[in-house]
Structure formats: C-alpha cells, structure tokens
Design a protein around this ligand. Structure first.
Ligand code: HEM
Length: 437
C-alpha cells in the first residue's frame, strides 16, 4: 500500500473470518513511512482522519461513533420510510412513459441516479431529481449527460484510488499534472459538501428542533457530544455520500439484470409485494419486515456480485493464517477477498447459480440469514459497514416499489459487462420496462 509497502491478498473462509474477526486489527491502512501516510491523509483532505481512509485509531473511533450513533440508529432509519415511499412514487409517471414508449434505457445509470437522489434526500432533505432528468433524457433519445454530482463523486473515488496505490515520490514529483487533476477533484467534492453543511447550519437556525430531525446532516449537526465539530461533520457526511453511492447503485443494477434474466424470480417478488403491500399500498415500518423474498433477492445479489470485492486491514501485530499456519508479519497491509468466500463450494451449494431461495428459512441467530461469517457483503467485525441498515432499507424500498409495477427485459443479448475496481461496477446495461397489469 502507498506504492511500496507489501500487500498480502487473503482468501478462503477461514482466513477471512480470522482477519476480519480479530478485534486487534482496527486499522484499514497504514504505511511504514510516516511521511507517506501524512502526505496521503493531506491529499485526501482528511486532516483529522475520517472513517474509510483514516490512518490512526482515535480519529477513526471519533468519526465512526458520529456516523453510527446518528445514521445507524434504528429510529433514524425507520423515519426515512415515508420519505423513500414518496420519492419512489414520484418516479412512477415518468417510468410509465418510458415503459409505454418501449424505450430501452441504461439501468445502471437509472440506479445510480436513484441512489444519488436518495442519498441527497436522506442526508440533506434535498430534492435532487437526477432520476427524473435521466428518464426524460432517455425518453427523448438524447445521450444522457452524467449528473454533475455523480461526476464529482467518481472524481473523488478515482483520486482516492490513485493516491492510495501510488508512492508519494511518484505523485509528488513524477506525475504533477495527473496529481493536480486529482487534487482538484478532491478539493471540488470537499468544497461541495462544506457548502451544503454551511447552508444546513444556517437553515437550522431558522427552524424549530421538532422540524429538524429529518435528515442526517441535521441530526449530526445537532449531536451535543464533544466529538462533533463542524470539520468532523463534513468528513462524516463526505464518507456517507462516498460509501453509499456506488455500492448501492451497482448492487441494484446487478439485481435488475438478474430479474430481467429470471422472470420467474421477478414474478415471485411481485407476488410477495402485492400480497404484503398491495398494488398501490404504502410500504410501512410494519409491512416492510414481511418482504422476505425481496430481502432474499437482495442478499443473493450481494453474494453473487459482491460489489465491495475486497476490504483492507493493516496488521498491527504478527498474524497466523489459520488455513496454512503461515505467519504474516506486523506492518503488512492485507486485502481480504470477500467475493471468494461467497463463491466457495464448501459453503454454498451450486455457488454460481443465482438462487435467492437459499436465503429463505435459514436460522435467524447465526448472522444474516443464517450464513454467519461465510456471508459478508458488508464486511464483518470491528470495521463492518456502518451504512448496512440504510443500504438494505433503501434497496428493499426500490426493489419493492419497482417490481410490483414493472417487468424487466434485457435489451441486449450480451452478458453483463463488469468493471473490477474498489467497487465492482455494472457497465452500460440496456433494459426495457413493461407495465404489469
Ligand atoms: C450495498 C451497499 C453497501 C455495501 C455493499 C457496502 C459495503 C461495505 C464494506 C464491505 C465495507 C468494509 C467493511 C470492512 O472493512 O470490514 C464498508 C465500509 C463502510 N461503508 Fe459501506 N457498504 C454499502 C453501503 C453504505 C452506505 C449506504 C454507507 C453510508 C452511510 C456506507 C458507509 C460506509 C463507511 C463509512 C465505511 C467505513 C467503515 C469503517 O471503516 O469503520 N456504506 N462498506
């Protein structure tokens, strides 16, 4: 990591479980070279650390606490249900137009736009309208222009990958032009979030407390703990946007690909939603927990496509791998491959088959749907994804809302194109919608 530190790639259920399960291994990245670490931290605009990319334990703990104790609270998550219902309903007229016109559209762009609209609403109570804009463009057969904010997020992600895998020597002295491009991408996203948070701070002065508990930025800025400073709030919000955008968006694109390929599964999802919620009923706190097959389809997509393919850990102590007895030395950075666990034939029967039913009727006690440590799309252990509950709620609402209204058809004979990156990406995938009657 950081260009020249050694990186070990860990595979296999026993190793994944042992590494992620160790409460001693708290850091995701570090460097044997202090100057490199500081340079990277500065490059990422994370002077006080952050959650995803922090380099020291204390700042990670502070930031994570702010995220988990606010966005992670079940009360906050549940309070989002009416918002998400209203948002999904607002898309129906234009989606109906798209279906009636039999226009193929890129489902990965639609899911990216929906994820962005939702994250902006959940975080800032902002009506972003990226999805409506995209659908209108698709109806007019115009080339969709990427949403400016999605571009900004991708710019930041690309910069993160560049600085993370480049030695400081290279990015400081050898490729100044490229470095300047990525520096600018980081600064742009930082300035965007800071501006939004300043606006939120101002608007909070004008509203009563009762009105305020509706979005993550407000909840965070109202946190009375000493950890909450404006700078940390900006950092946490930045990471919530980054953590939640491409992961949910790509997962949903893969999910709709599978539903288009397997109409019998899509029909089963539709029947469940109609039975539990009805054709126009509102998804609520009570009925959403009954959507077990919807949940199973989401779990199976996350098993097969596992958008966060590998997660990183820094070894702060020597570590013995359980499957071989090899000892990895302190100071090593390790990439833990989650996707291989999900495809391990010792754990999963017929692993390459997309079969949501494997997640039905499993024990509730030993981890998500009973597969415990062998199922880790959100990671496991001390640095497990703090956005899991939000992501699952969001995906359930989107899948339930769309599947009860539409059938999905592939508008290409090509298999899905996948790009491997920090987040596994579903590339342009044309789909047709058909209204269910
Ligand atoms: C389908 C959606 C998502 C997937 C598959 C996913 C997956 C992951 C994975 C695998 C990790 C690494 C865990 C580890 O190192 O053990 C992670 C970390 C993280 N995720 Fe997510 N995530 C998703 C959605 C979200 C959302 C909606 C948020 C927004 C709040 C979010 C915020 C984060 C943050 C801040 C971290 C870093 C946690 C830490 O280092 O302590 N994620 N996610």
């Amino acid at each position: 990591m950081f260009g020249y530190d050694a990186l070990y790639v860990a595979r296999g259920p026993e190793n994944v479980r042992a590494i992620l399960g160790s409460s001693q291994l708290k850091l995701r990245f570090s460097s044997s070279n202090k100057a490199d670490a500081v340079a990277l931290s500065k490059k990422m605009g994370a002077a006080d650390g952050g959650i995803l990319l922090n380099l020291d334990e204390l700042s990670w703990k502070r930031h994570r606490k702010l995220l988990v104790e606010n966005i992670g609270r079940p009360r906050f998550i549940k309070s989002l249900i009416p918002k998400l219902n209203a948002y999904m309903d607002s898309l129906v007229p234009s989606l109906n137009d798209l279906a009636t016109a039999s226009k193929p559209f890129l489902v990965n762009v639609l899911t990216g736009s929906i994820s962005l609209d939702i994250i902006m609403d959940v975080i800032f109570t902002e009506q972003h309208h990226a999805a409506t804009h995209f659908i209108e463009t698709a109806l007019n057969e115009a080339q969709p222009q990427p949403d400016e904010l999605i571009d900004m997020i991708h710019g930041f992600m690309a910069a993160q990958q560049y600085f993370l895998f480049m030695p400081a020597l290279v990015f400081n002295y050898i490729t100044p032009k490229q470095t300047a491009i990525y520096d600018a991408a980081i600064a742009k996203f930082e300035a965007f979030v800071t501006q939004k948070m300043l606006e939120k701070t101002e608007s909070m002065k004008e509203s009563t407390i009762g009105d305020q508990q509706t979005d993550f930025a407000t909840v965070l800025l109202s946190d009375p703990s000493p950890e909450m400073t404006f700078k940390r709030a900006v950092s946490v919000i930045k990471e919530a946007v980054l953590g939640g955008q491409d992961t949910s968006s790509n997962m949903l694109a893969f999910l709709f690909y599978e539903l288009a390929r397997c109409p019998n599964i899509a029909d089963k999802v539709c029947s469940e939603v109609l039975e539990v919620v009805g054709p126009n009923g509102t998804i609520s706190e009570e009925n959403i927990t009954k959507l077990k097959f919807v949940e199973a389809v989401i779990y199976e997509t996350s098993r097969v496509y596992n958008v966060a393919t590998g997660v990183f850990r820094h070894l702060s102590q020597d570590f013995e791998l359980p499957d071989s007895g090899y000892v990895l030395r302190k100071g090593l950075n390790v990439m833990v491959m989650l996707d291989q666990v999900h495809m391990d034939g010792r754990v999963w029967e017929n692993p390459s088959k997309f079969d949501p039913s494997r997640f039905l009727n499993c024990s509730e006690t030993s981890g998500p749907a009973g597969f415990g440590w062998n199922f880790a799309p959100f990671g496991h252990g001390i640095r497990k994804c703090p956005g899991e509950a939000l992501a699952l709620l969001e995906m359930k609402m989107i899948v339930a809302s769309l599947c009860r209204r539409y059938k999905f058809h592939l508008a290409t004979n090509e298999p899905v194109k996948i790009k491997e990156s920090l987040v596994r990406e579903c590339l342009d995938l044309p789909i047709l919608l058909e209204i269910r009657h």
